[in-house]
Structures are given as structure tokens and as C-alpha cells.
Design a protein around this ligand. Structure first.
Ligand code: C2E
Ligand code: MG
Ligand code: MG
Length: 816
């Protein structure tokens, strides 16, 4: 609809018209022309309700209130009100006169001062404002389908209007955020009704740009709602680099070369003795086409997220400079530069994964290769220019000695990052076996990454790099998820529902987000696994640093039955007193204590103490890195609870494990287990026990019960056990008058009954190597008080009574 410009003009004002209301019949009288304008052309008088219908709702109650007030106070009132007349909206000035006493007619004047648009004109007007706004505006429906966009929106995105209408709003996605990021964003809008923030979006031409977006949810009558988004491209706006307002939250202040050098010089002059300055000159190439300003904005954003505060400057469109004041330690210098490089590549945050910026840097260190700020800048630039080729990020020091040291790790880091992006993280599983039966009770999930390189590397090294670059959360999450997924498969393979899983979790302290244990718990809870089967392995340093914070999360994990293991015990603080303070479920002795273990060594004494202390506190001990039979023997002698090491198996892939039909015990190794600590049928049973033949008389049985002070006799024939004769059953079978005054001959005859008539045949039979746990189960499940231990050929070797079992139980409890 075309809007007529003239309709905005102020129309000629109507002269004030007189009106009156007759309170007796509620009639409203005024000149005919006005009544016609109010919509009643054929009437000369209208009712009060007809009059009020012409006013907007809230104005009516005000008008009524004013009339009442004039009647009560006798003072005139002037009210301006919005009036709908002739489909236009007027501003009306209404004067209400005070009325003479007892008069029933109110009088006054009304002057129509100005009229405005019709509803339709108003709509058209608003639409034009919408269309012409400099701000990109977009309205989407409940399904995020684009309904309306304005020109600025089209300009920002490079699309024509018809290319956007009816499309999902996701057409503008930059591909820089994960699905869950968008889900979070939209649910924020739905809950809070508004979201504002900076977003990366993509133009039709595929160019990524940054914009400040504001998405508002507007609920309409009924169930419907729409989303109104306004957008402001950051790279086309000059105020991004507004030097006067460096603190504005969404804006980034980046000094140019002069300002940067000035700051560097000032800091150099005030430098204290224990620190130095490291300067980095770098270029950033984004795989996506972006404008120079967006690139600068991204660099500034990422730089500002570095935990090590530094100073950033722009040298030219492609080159940046930065410097940090750091301790005079090679590690600190390296760490600073590496974290900067990683952050600038943009792989630190989950949202950004996939943004492949290649960063080439040249570095110079004060007092190592340069003696002044200007020399540092020059050296750093030279190092960059001499080396900035290739598709992989690189960092070169002006001083070649430093470069060499750095490059190996940098290469591994680059490869690791690529592997991460390509989701090439795998979990391998290494069994943990329980002593003394050497049965697999759980697996440790260990991360494996195949890097595309000939450089030798270890998992430990990659884990350390990942920790340094803050990628470890991702690795841990991937391994954890896979391990939880694979556990039921392993349980099935080994036919054991009680098989557990042990998972490593790095807790890095200088992490911005401290919620890694929270993440872990979330992953656990999202799975169907019984959390009682999970052990979380934390290293000592993770445990003791920042203990206050972590303990809260550890308590939460424990409350859900997740066991906590202290990994690599002995390599960190290795203090027994610490162990007393923190209630861990499992202590894992580091391989360095285990390998080459001898009985005379200090390590042996230490493990001995550790086992005793841990058992006293109700925990269990796992020895890591068991490789030899000697180690196995000594560790079992020392009473370690579980063992892990190559002697049983190296970490293997799930497919590899499933391809072999190995049992979950290691019988060929059990001969190396310290026998005295083995508690099984063999060690518990009595070899010397009261026996009786099946054809013996009960008389003999009574004598034997008395002689051996025993309540059970084993019925033996040809060395085989035929049954058990319980004293109670014999008593029931013989006459109660025996040995009393009333004893008669026929009572004595009951003593002639044969053993086989009274004995029980359904006794427990167990093999000689039956474990204590298994025996225990048998005794619990069946109401018998004895178990017969049989050899392979069925020969009776011994007897275990309930008393024997209880004695063992007490013994074990005391030991732990
Ligand atoms: P760890 O947790 O102490 O794991 C035991 C390490 O010892 C594993 O090395 C395992 O392969 C190795 N090992 C086990 N038995 C023997 C043995 O008999 N002889 C020898 N020489 N080595 C044995 P791996 O897999 O290279 O892992 C090294 C370390 O990297 C792990 O030590 C753990 O601290 C860390 N790590 C591994 N996977 C992950 C992970 O997914 N997340 C985190 N945060 N750390 C992990
Ligand atoms: Mg571990
Ligand atoms: Mg370990």
C-alpha cells in the first residue's frame, strides 16, 4: 500500500464545539457534524455508550473519572484523549464544565486538534520504517522460517529478499558453531525472550562476518510467537576500533603500530629483573574468505581470551604484533607463545571447532636475541617473514636454538589438532585383574590417537600437549563416551555384568572453566551404565592442587557411587600424610615403583606401607605396569588388590579384544601368585575330619560325635563322600529314653540303625581351587553348614564348615 505523504500533515483544526450530557437519560448532544464523524451520520443525539465506543479503551475510564470529579468538586477539567472518528485518530481536547447545583446536564466543549493515520496507513508506515532501517531486521516464525527481512538485512547477507523469504534462518549459519550452540541460543531466546551477542554468520558468497545480533521472541495472542532479529555488522562499523571507548564490552580496542610500540617501550623501561619480554609478530589466514576487519575482530576476540594477559597491536592489514611480560623461564616463554598460537587458531572453544585459521609467527625474546623493543619487533618480523610458508601453523624464534626445541612439540600439536578435528580419538582397553585369582574385574580406557607422522611420540606426550593447549576436555569427553558405550559389549564378551571401567580425567588447573568434573558427571549420567561400575582416575596433582574446589565435585561423584582412583601414586607429592586426608577408593601405584621390584628395595617397603595404610582406610591398591613374574609374585605377597600391566595384556582396541576368545582369568600365571595369601577351598579346608562308613551303626556315630567334638561326620566309602551325617539328625533318629532311667531294650535298638538311613546326600561339593568368594556365596545361598572339597576324580579331600568360613571372614576383615 502506498502511503500518502499528505496524510502526515497536520489537518486544519476543528473549532471547539459545545456538547452536553443529560444525566437523566444518558444522552449526548453536540453539533450534527461531530456526531456524523463519530460514525452516526443519521442521528442527532447519541447515547453515552455510543460516544464512549469512539474513544480508545483506557481513555474511556479516564473520561468517566473526570466527569465524576467535576460533579464532586465543581471544578472544570481539561482532558486530551484519543478519539477514533472517520477511521482517523484524532487528538481531542475535551473541556468539562462545572454544572450548577442540582442540574442534571453536564456541558463542555470538544476540540479536535490533529488527526493521524488510519490503522492501515500506520501499518504501511511502520513497514516502510522497517524496510528503510539501517539496522538489519528479520522476522521469523515459530519454526525459525524467515517471514520478513529488510533491505539492510539483505545487504548484510548478500541475499536478495526473495532468496531469504520462506528459508530457515539457519541459511545464515557460519558453520562455526556446533549444533548444541544453536540449540542453547534458541532455548535462551525462548526462556529469556531475548538474546544479544556477537555471532559469526555467512553471506551468500560464503564470506564469514561478525555481527552483533539481538534476537527477541514476541509472543502473540494464542500459542503463536515470532522472532525478531536485528543485526549490526561489526566489520562495517567504524566504532569497532573506537579508541576513545576501549572498555565497551562488545568492542575491541586494538592499537596501531605506533601505539603498540609506545606501550612496549613504556613496559620495557619499567621491567623488573626477574622477568623478560617476549614479542610475537604474526599473520593469520582464515580458510574462509573474510574481510580484513572481521579477521582483526576475530584475532582481538581470541587474544582477549588468553589467560596470560598480553598486549596486541595491528601492524598492517595482515600482520599483528603482541608481547607479554613473562618470567625468565624457557617453559614460561614457550607456554605463552604456544597458548597464544592455539588460541589464535581458534580451536580452544567447543563452539569454534572447525575454524581453521593458520597462524604463522615469529618470536623474539628480550636479552636472548634482542636488547631493545625496536630490535625485538624487527627480529620477530624477520623470523616470521623468513618462515611463513605452508598450510600448517608455525612458530619460529629469531634465535635458532629456541626454534629447534619448539618445533617438535609444535608439529605434534598441529597434528593432534587435526586428528581432533577429524574425530580420530580412540579408546583402547587394558585389563585390571584382581588378586589372587587373577580375574579381570575392570578395564582402563586409554586414549589412542593415530598421528600422520614419522616422529615418534607417546600418548603421555600428546596428553600433555592437549593439557597445555586446553584440548584435553575434548579428548577426555570422547574417550569417556566411547568407553561407556563399549562397556556393555565387554561385559557381554566376558559374561560378567560386574565388569567395571576406569577412566582417566585430567584436571588442569589454569583452565578458564573449572567445570571439567561437572562435564564428566554429565556424560556419566547421560549413559545407562550403573555408575557403581565406574572409576575415575585422577592424578595426584589434580587431587591436591586447588583441593577446595575439586573436593566439592568429588563429593558429588562419590555420592553417585563413582569410585575415585589416585593415579600414578608416588610420582607427585607421594606423601602418605596426604593420603590420610583424602578419602580415595583406589590408589594406583605408579609403574616406576613396580618395575624391577625386589624384596630388599625401598620400593618394596613403600608399597607394603601403602597397602597397609590404604586397606586400613578401606581402600584398594592397584599396581600399574606389572611386566614380570617376579613383580607379580612380590605384589601378591604384598597384598595388592589388583594388578595391571603387560604381563596380562597391553591396551587393545575393542575389535581386537572381541576377536579373541580369551577367558577372564589367567590360569597360566596363577602359579606365580604368592600362595599363602590365596584364600580358597584348598587353604581353608580341614584335611583331618571325622569320618564314618555308610553301613556303620548310629551307635558308632554317637561315639564319634563325642570323641571329635564335632557336629558333622562325613560318610565315606572308598575315599568318596556319600553324604553328611548331622548330629541333630542322629539325635532325632535314636530314642530320647536312651541313657535315662526309663531306657528299655527297644530304645537301645534304635542305636543299631545304619548311617545311610539317616545321612544327608545333598551336601555342597566344591573343587579344591574354589575361591573364597565363591564358597561364601554357596554358604549364603544354601542352608548347609558344611562343604565337601573333592579332587578331580571325586575323591574327598577335605571339609569346610560354617565356622571355618566365619573364621576366614574375620581374618580377612582384620587384614584390611
Ligand atoms: P596411566 O593412566 O597411568 O595409564 C597407564 C599407562 O601405562 C598407559 O600408558 C599404559 O599403556 C601403560 N602401561 C600399562 N601397563 C604397562 C606395562 O606393563 N609396561 C609399560 N611400560 N607400560 C604400561 P599410555 O596408554 O601410554 O598412557 C599414558 C598416560 O596418558 C596415562 O597414564 C594417563 O595418565 C594418560 N592418558 C591416557 N589416556 C588418557 C585419557 O583418555 N585422558 C587423560 N586425561 N589421560 C590419559
Ligand atoms: Mg590411568
Ligand atoms: Mg598411572
Amino acid at each position: 500500500m502506498v502511503v500518502d505523504e499528505s496524510s502526515f500533515q497536520k489537518v486544519k483544526d476543528f473549532a471547539p464545539q459545545a456538547w452536553s450530557i443529560d444525566l437523566q437519560n444518558n444522552n449526548f448532544t453536540c453539533p450534527q457534524q461531530l456526531i456524523a464523524m463519530l460514525g452516526y451520520p443519521s442521528q442527532s443525539v447519541i447515547t453515552l455508550s455510543q460516544l464512549f465506543a469512539a474513544f480508545e479503551k483506557n481513555q474511556v475510564s479516564l473520561l468517566k473519572k473526570h466527569i465524576r470529579q467535576v460533579i464532586d468538586t465543581g471544578k472544570p477539567i481539561i482532558q486530551t484523549a484519543i478519539l477514533n472518528a472517520y477511521q482517523h485518530r484524532y487528538i481531542a481536547e475535551i473541556v468539562i464544565n462545572p454544572l450548577p447545583k442540582n442540574d442534571k446536564v453536564i456541558t463542555g466543549t470538544i476540540e479536535l486538534k490533529q488527526y493521524f493515520l488510519t490503522k492501515q496507513q500506520e501499518l504501511a508506515f511502520l513497514k516502510r520504517i522497517f524496510a528503510q532501517s539501517n539496522e538489519g531486521l528479520m522476522i521469523a516464525d515459530i519454526n525459525h522460517t524467515i517471514l520478513i527481512v529488510n533491505k539492510a538485512w539483505c545487504n548484510n547477507t548478500g541475499y536478495q529478499e526473495h532468496e531469504l523469504l520462506g528459508q530457515p534462518a539457519s541459511i545464515l549459519k557460519s558453520g562455526r558453531y556446533t549444533q548444541s550452540f544453536y540449540q542453547k541460543l534458541w532455548s535462551h531466546v525462548d526462556e529469556q525472550k531475548i538474546w544479544t551477542g556477537e555471532l559469526l554468520a555467512k553471506t551468500k558468497q560464503g564470506e564469514v562476518y561478525a555481527h552483533e545480533a539481538r534476537i527477541q521472541r514476541i509472543d502473540l495472542p494464542g500459542q503463536d510467537h515470532v522472532y525478531v532479529s536485528s543485526s549490526h555488522r561489526l566489520d562495517t562499523s567504524a566504532d569497532l576500533w573506537d579508541e576513545d571507548n576501549p572498555n565497551a564490552s562488545s568492542k575491541v580496542h586494538v592499537p596501531d603500530k605506533n601505539a603498540f610500540s609506545k606501550k612496549l617501550n613504556a613496559d620495557y623501561k619499567q621491567l623488573s629483573n626477574d622477568v623478560t619480554i617476549v614479542t610475537l609478530v604474526f599473520s593469520v589466514n582464515l580458510a574462509q574468505a573474510t574481510s580484513a576487519v572481521t579477521r582483526q575482530w576475530l584475532v582481538a576476540q581470541r587474544f582477549s581470551q588468553l589467560s596470560q594477559r598480553g598486549h596486541l597491536g595491528i601492524l598492517n592489514e595482515k600482520m599483528f604484533a603482541a608481547y607479554w611480560i613473562v618470567p625468565k623461564q624457557m617453559e614460561d616463554i614457550e607456554h605463552t607463545l604456544k597458548s597464544a598460537l592455539a588460541a589464535l587458531e581458534g580451536h580452544n572453544s567447543y563452539e569454534d571447532i572447525g575454524l581453521s585459521a593458520t597462524v604463522h609467527g615469529g618470536a623474539s625474546v628480550l636479552q636472548i636475541d634482542a636488547s631493545s623493543p625496536s630490535q625485538m619487533l624487527a627480529h620477530a618480523s624477520q623470523a616470521l617473514i623468513a618462515n611463513s610458508q605452508g598450510n600448517d601453523s608455525s612458530l619460529y624464534y629469531f634465535d635458532r636454538r629456541l626454534s629447534k626445541r619448539f618445533n617438535r612439540k609444535a608439529t605434534l600439536a598441529t597434528l593432534l589438532r587435526q586428528a581432533l578435528t577429524a574425530n580420530k580419538i580412540e579408546a583402547y582397553y587394558q585389563p585390571i585383574v584382581a588378586l589372587p585369582e587373577l580375574k579381570i574385574v575392570k578395564f582402563e580406557a586409554l586414549c589412542r590417537v593415530k598421528l600422520d607422522t614419522n616422529i615418534p611420540y607417546s600418548v603421555q606426550e600428546l596428553i600433555e600437549i592437549a593439557e597445555e593447549y586446553n584440548w584435553i576436555d575434548q579428548i577426555d569427553a570422547a574417550v569417556t563416551k566411547q568407553a561407556l558405550h563399549d562397556l556393555p559389549i565387554l561385559q557381554k564378551h566376558y559374561r560378567s555384568n560386574s565388569l567395571g571401567m576406569s577412566i582417566n580425567r585430567s584436571v588442569v588447573n589454569d583452565r578458564v572453566s573449572h567445570c571439567c568434573l561437572e562435564d564428566t558427571l554429565n556424560i556419566f549420567e547421560a549413559s545407562d551404565i550403573d555408575l557403581g561400575l565406574i572409576t575415575l582416575e585422577l592424578t595426584e596433582s589434580a587431587y591436591f592442587d586447588d583441593s577446595y574446589y575439586h573436593s566439592e565435585w568429588l563429593d558429588k561423584l562419590k555420592a553417585r557411587n563413582i569410585a575415585i582412583a589416585l593415579d600414578d601414586f608416588g610420582t607427585g607429592y607421594s606423601s602418605f600424610s596426604y593420603l590420610r586426608q583424602i578419602p580415595v577408593n583406589v590408589v594406583k601405584i605408579d609403574r616406576s615403583f613396580v618395575s624391577g621390584l625386589t624384596e630388599e628395595s625401598n620400593e618394596y617397603a613403600m608399597i607394603d606401607m601403602l597397602c597397609k595404610l590404604t586397606h586400613k582406610m578401606g581402600g584398594k591398591v592397584i599396581a600399574e605396569g606389572v611386566e614380570t613374574q617376579q613383580e607379580l609374585y612380590l605384589l601378591s605377597k604384598l597384598n595388592a588388590d589388583m594388578l595391571q600391566g603387560y604381563i596380562f595384556s597391553k591396551p587393545r582396541s575393542l575389535a581386537d579384544i572381541l576377536a579373541t576368545t580369551q577367558d577372564n582369568i589367567y590360569p597360566h600365571l596363577s602359579q606365580h601368585v604368592y600362595q599363602e595369601n590365596i584364600i580358597n577351598a584348598h587353604s581353608i579346608m580341614r584335611r583331618d575330619f571325622p569320618k564314618i562308613g555308610p553301613d556303620d551303626k548310629l551307635k558308632t556315630a554317637v561315639e564319634r560325635f563325642k570323641k571329635y567334638q564335632s557336629r558333622d561326620l562325613i560318610v565315606i566309602e572308598k575315599s568318596r563322600c556319600l553324604g553328611v551325617l548331622h548330629q541333630g539328625d542322629v539325635n532325632a533318629a535314636i530314642s530320647p529314653y536312651l541313657n535315662t532311667k526309663g531306657e528299655q531294650n527297644r530304645d537301645l535298638l534304635t542305636l543299631n540303625k545304619r548311617v545311610h538311613q539317616v545321612m544327608h546326600k545333598s551336601h555342597i561339593k566344591v573343587a579344591i581351587n574354589t575361591t573364597y568368594e565363591h564358597l561364601f556365596e554357596q554358604f549364603v545361598n544354601q542352608p548347609y553348614t558344611v562343604a565337601i572339597v573333592e579332587g578331580d576324580s571325586g575323591i574327598c579331600l577335605g571339609l569346610i564348615t560354617l565356622e571355618d568360613m566365619l573364621l576366614q571372614h574375620e581374618h580377612i576383615a582384620n587384614k584390611h
